[in-house]
Design a protein around this ligand. Structure first.
Ligand SMILES: Cc1ncc(COP(=O)(O)O)c(C=O)c1O
Length: 350
């Protein structure tokens, strides 16, 4: 079976938030396949690379002297951010307030950490701040803003969310897992330099073009990460703050290789290309009579009928639907104009 199995081709994938790794990232992943940054005393080189990865992520997100680590993905980073907030707070009944469009990893976080998740409704695809404020109380440990939502690619009002969080003595966590490598080239206020953000998720294995698994958790203050530390008696190092034990050195090395190759010029070019593609696709769909959500980051959601979306899947296109039933196309780095042209040609055939 394995002899015949081939990995996914990307030439018709419009639904994924992962992409083809940069060639240097692929090479680095292969070279560091058998290393474990979870044991930094033994695997010193990859541990040094992890410090470089965090430094790069700090540059991308406006954070001098960043603390953090390369996680298995956005899910782990979000779970850990909630864990930091819960551990630091002094309450027996902690809650997290997040937008309704926050990624489902916050549902997992709430479940495993025994924290209540309160979701605030959206208005025009961004969290309704008045509704969010109403949900916050003295047991709120964390208020979440999303910078690049999974379904629509929209950015919440991060500076106001940070204020709401700190007025309640809670932490502000920003989930920029997907948007984080597009946002530096926009005029959004989303990062540590724009607002009093405490922790952030930003994933090299999405728009960062690293190999999977490479997520990122960042904290403004190292003391926040200390909330995660457990003692590790049998390792050469004395404590560990990651959720997983043994981890992928491939992810760490490939994250550094991708960022070394692409930050900032390559990522900027990619942002511009992907935005042009998203706007082009939105125009094409509008011209065919579909309602299209205004494009904020390179993600297009449009009201194609369910049978039409199903037919496109039959023709090999990997497209997904939003919870509200719109077709969703994520303009990742592997999504080219010629791919989109043939996608639109298939739409016309239908
Ligand atoms: C905004 C956001 N946060 C978190 C995640 C979860 O990331 P992962 O699948 O790497 O765990 C995703 C995944 O698409 C996402 O879009």
């Amino acid at each position: 079976m394995l002899q015949r199995a081939e990995p996914q081709e990307f030439d018709r994938v419009l639904s994924s938030m992962c992409t083809v790794p940069h060639p240097a990232a692929r090479d680095a992943a292969e070279r560091f396949l058998a290393t474990n940054p979870g044991d930094p005393g033994t695997y010193e080189t990859v541990s040094g690379l992890e410090t470089e990865a965090v430094d790069y992520l700090g540059e991308v997100t406006g954070l001098d002297d960043p603390s953090g680590y390369v996680a298995s993905g956005g899910t782990e980073a979000n779970v850990q951010a909630v864990r930091i907030a819960r551990n630091r707070a002094d309450t027996d009944d902690p809650n997290v307030v997040a937008p309704v469009h926050a990624h489902f990893s916050f549902t997992k976080a709430a479940d495993v950490l025994d924290v209540e998740l309160r979701t605030a409704p959206a208005e025009d695809y961004r969290v309704n701040l008045a509704a969010m404020a109403e949900l916050i109380d003295e047991d709120t440990v964390c208020v979440v803003g999303v910078a690049g939502s999974t379904e629509y690619g929209y950015v919440d009002a991060i500076p106001t969310i940070a204020e709401l969080a700190h007025d309640a003595d809670a932490l502000c966590h920003v989930d920029a897992a997907w948007g984080g490598f597009y946002l530096p080239f926009t005029d959004h206020d989303w990062h540590f330099g724009h607002a009093d953000v405490d922790t952030m998720t930003i994933d090299p294995h999405k728009v960062g073009q690293a190999a999977v698994p490479a997520g990122g958790l960042l904290a403004r203050d190292e003391a926040l990460l200390d909330e995660l530390a457990v003692e590790t008696p049998y390792l050469e190092s004395t404590s560990q703050l990651t959720l997983t034990g043994t981890r992928s050195g491939a992810g760490v090395a490939s994250a550094v290789a991708a960022m070394e190759s692409l930050w900032p010029v390559g990522y900027r070019e990619q942002y511009e290309r992907s935005m042009e593609n998203a706007r082009w696709l939105a125009d094409q769909l509008r011209a065919r009579g579909h309602d299209v959500v205004d494009v904020e980051l390179p993600l297009v959601a449009a009201d194609l009928s369910v049978p039409m979306t199903d037919e496109l899947r039959e023709r090999g296109w990997r497209v997904s639907k939003t919870g509200a039933g719109e077709m969703r196309v994520v303009c990742m780095p592997h999504v080219t104009r010629s791919m989109l042209r043939s996608f639109v040609a298939d739409l016309d055939w239908y």
